[in-house]
Design a protein around this ligand. Structure first.
Ligand code: GLC
Length: 436
């Protein structure tokens, strides 16, 4: 039976944190065409292996990564311990296909965890259920495997239970040998005409029981049941043991947030790339401006969700300069306005036409994203319920307007935000409204 009280306690810090860094890194940074390069190009292992022989990220500086995340206002991070290519960024005893056997020679997971903990961030690991390297993982006719269209890579002699045992063994290693983990981010379940790789196909109940025994406070995503598509049993009245603890919409912000079947707001986290790729892609310069990401972070929180924003370091171990600039610009806004993000959730009020609203207790944060002619209307906020209004960025007082122009609309509160036609912050000017 699902223990909702224990669940709500487990996810409390996560819902307060609201903003995290996703890190996709591995051998695929060398071809630099994204983390699905083997699958998309149906690349045989022998063409991919040279990258293993070469991988040596000389500039790897996880403390610099951690500082970039912290300065952006991120409270947690999730890094790939193993992606779909099966390459392990940790010193697993169960495989030779790992970073410690490359010229790099390092346990990158351990160095990442140490560095981000040292900067005070919560730490998570992403672990791919898919494994295109392991001989017992389905090849031919699998939905995603690089050799899915190659009959010569038949699944004869492949014993999937051997792969599941390997996968469980690696998860045990990660949960036993690397200290306290705050998040385990499995990815992903799927089925096609030939294989159903969802839920118990992974022996998910046994896996989650082991994880929760070794890491009692860890929170887990919902992809032991689904991919980015689907919410899984977490939205039902009786979630499975492997439902996970949060829904993981990918490259989208749920238009109305996410509610369970009983109408309760769900714990969810939208994972978003800065450009179009999770893994480093040398030609992908489609970076979202910081202004967009700030507004989308506010949108997530206004719908009671989190944002996990991705960086894809290159083969030298550097986060792309475009990503660093975006993180720094987000941090400039967060330094003044993070009170409207951390510990906040949706207000239950309708989205105002000039911005968004987040709430934390008796504090309403009114995010003004559109200039007004004259005083700014605070849609949905009754004048008699307002104790005081402050411009969050400098905590300067703002009074509720009382003049012939606004008094034609007594049901709407107005305030003079700026002396000039421009908003103090053209991206998002936040008013802290203390309610009586
Ligand atoms: C998808 C992709 C994977 C990426 C994940 C991030 O599942 O397969 O490459 O790591 O999204 O959520």
């Amino acid at each position: 039976m699902f223990d909702r009280e224990a669940y709500e306690k487990r996810v409390e810090w996560f819902k307060d944190a609201r903003f995290g860094m996703f890190i996709h890194w591995g051998l695929y940074a060398i071809p630099a065409r994204g983390e699905w390069v083997r699958s998309v190009e149906e690349m045989p292992e022998e063409e991919y292996r040279p990258f293993f022989e070469e991988f040596d990220p000389k500039d790897f500086d996880p403390r610099a990564w951690a500082r970039a995340a912290k300065n952006a206002g991120m409270k947690y991070a999730v890094m790939t311990a193993k992606h779909h290519d099966g390459f392990c960024l940790f010193d697993s005893a169960l495989t030779d296909w790992k970073s410690t056997n490359t010229p790099c020679g390092k346990d990158l997971v351990r160095e990442y965890l140490d560095a981000f903990r040292a900067e005070g961030l919560k730490v998570g690991l992403y672990y791919s259920l898919l494994d295109w390297h392991h001989p017992d993982y389905p090849h031919y006719q699998d939905a995603n495997h690089p050799m899915r269209n190659h009959p010569e890579c038949s699944n004869e002699n492949r014993v999937f239970s051997r792969y599941v045992e390997y996968m469980h063994g690696q998860v045990r290693e990660l949960c036993s040998n690397y200290g306290k983990l705050d998040i385990l981010w499995f990815d992903f379940s799927y089925k096609n005409d030939y294989f159903d790789l969802t839920g118990e196909a992974w022996e998910a109940t046994k896996l989650v029981r082991m994880v929760r025994e070794l890491q009692p406070d860890v929170i887990i995503d919902n992809r032991l049941e689904v991919s980015g598509a689907g919410f899984g049993s977490l939205v039902t009245d009786d979630p499975s043991e492997f439902s996970g603890d949060f829904v993981s919409p990918e490259q989208i912000i749920p238009p109305e947030g996410i509610f369970d079947n009983a109408g309760r707001p769900m714990t969810w986290e939208a994972c978003i790339t800065m450009n179009d790729n999770w893994g480093y892609h040398a030609k992908d310069h489609h970076f979202k401006p910081a202004s967009t990401i700030i507004k989308k972070l506010v949108e997530c929180v206004s719908k009671s969700g989190n944002m996990l924003l991705n960086v894809g370091p290159d083969a030298r171990g550097n986060i792309p300069v475009e990503s660093l600039k975006i993180l720094a610009d987000i941090g400039t806004w967060m330094k003044k306005n993070s009170a409207s993000i951390y510990g906040c959730a949706g207000s239950g009020l309708a989205k105002p036409e000039n911005g968004r609203i987040t709430q934390n207790g008796n504090k309403l944060y009114y995010h003004v994203m559109e200039p007004a002619i004259g005083d700014v209307p605070l849609y949905g906020v009754q004048r008699e319920k307002i104790a005081k209004v402050r411009l969050l960025s400098d905590m300067s007082e703002r009074s509720i307007s009382d003049n012939w122009m606004v008094n034609n609309y007594p049901d709407i509160s107005f305030t003079a935000v700026s002396e000039t036609p421009e908003l103090p912050d053209p991206v998002d000017t936040v008013l802290e409204i203390t309610l009586k």
